[in-house]
Design a protein around this ligand. Structure first.
Ligand code: 3HC
Length: 297
């Protein structure tokens, strides 16, 4: 236990029911790891088809994990219920984790609605990759603001060990750290700044790699090989951008360049015309079968 941290915090005493908003690659992964740790989870998305796709991804992931870990996919899946009712998912929740679209207004509207129906003690957590927690929390009541935090997960959630925690202190921070450890992850704590730790470093790194190739300094393949074998990264920057989504990286940079995050106008984050062309052609990475590389199923 870290200095100043209570050794007694059992997260399951305070967090019994978790509601995850967004059944995409992140939300689905979050629902999965939380359920794997024994929590009851309600997974929400707008349409049943989004939920069905998310649940299928969870089933596939549990299947892969069960080959090497003591996991019973059936009992994990039994702990996940699903709904298309925003309100219903929030009613009983002790912790809400939102992993919906990376758009400030949409996130604010969701939390504003949930604030009215959730228990006063319920913690609101955002999985934002680039926005400020305090901006997302602008639409919630004063008391809830103090319980609105970031719990930022990494793709693939089932495998990546890190969770960044921002905007929490005191007993709430202790509880969140204990929760993160209880779901088998490692917490790091940081201030509420754009991109927290990982994305604030990864986004300019990826961008620099892209500019290197655009200048003709090296090929995509050689940059990736160089960073894997010369720097020990598990993936090169282009492989990583294809995995996280070309559009995701683009929107993060555009938001920082044009928004009011404190990074506006920073030339490092200027949206790229080449990337805009890729997005127009639907070359978004793994998810569309083509990004910097081409993928077959
Ligand atoms: N579910 C279950 N198991 C999975 C999985 C999933 N979704 N994805 C991978 N695995 C398992 C595989 O089955 C495999 O298991 P095995 O070793 O028993 O065979 C193991 O993980 C390793 O996978 P692979 O053999 O397919 O490939 P790698 O060894 O290259 O590992 C990787 C894949 C874990 C993705 C690794 O390449 C990696 O760590 N890459 C970097 C990922 C990264 O940087 N993520 C952060 C992105 S930024 C972000 O998410 C922030 C957001 O805000 C944008």
């Amino acid at each position: 236990h870290l200095k100043g941290e209570s050794a007694e915090t059992d997260p399951k005493e305070q967090i019994k029911q978790v509601a995850v908003y967004g059944a995409g690659i992140m939300g689905g992964g979050i629902a999965q790891v939380v359920a794997q740790a024994g929590y009851k989870v309600t997974l929400w998305d707008i349409q049943q088809s989004d939920i069905d796709r998310g649940m299928q991804t969870i089933r596939n992931s549990l299947e892969r994990l069960s080959k090497k870990q003591e996991i019973d996919p059936t009992s994990v899946l039994r702990r996940i219920s699903t709904t298309t009712s925003q309100i219903q998912a929030a009613h009983a929740a002790d912790l809400v984790i939102e992993a919906i679209v990376e758009d400030l207004k949409t996130k604010q509207q969701l939390l504003e609605r949930l604030d009215k129906v959730a228990k006063p003690s319920c913690i609101f957590a955002t999985n934002t990759s680039s926005l400020l927690v305090r901006d997302i929390a602008k639409t919630v009541s004063g008391a809830r603001k103090a319980r609105t935090v970031a719990l930022h997960f990494f793709n693939p959630v089932a495998i990546m060990q890190l969770v960044e925690i921002a905007n929490a202190d005191g007993a709430l921070l202790d509880l969140l750290k204990a929760f993160v450890r209880d779901i088998g992850k490692v917490p790091v704590v940081c201030r509420d700044t754009p991109g927290f730790i990982v994305n604030r470093l990864l986004v300019p790194y990826n961008n620099e790699a892209r500019q290197m190739v655009e200048r003709g300094d090296a090929s995509i393949e050689d940059v990736d090989t160089a960073m894997r074998l010369g720097a020990g990264y598990p993936m090169g920057p282009f492989e990583l951008m294809d995995m996280t989504g070309i559009d995701v990286g683009y929107h993060i940079m555009k938001g920082w360049y044009e928004g009011a995050s404190g990074l506006q106008g920073d030339p490092r984050f200027k949206p790229s015309k080449e990337v805009e062309q890729m997005i127009k052609k639907n070359h978004l990475g793994h998810k569309t079968g083509r990004g910097y590389y081409t993928y077959t199923k």
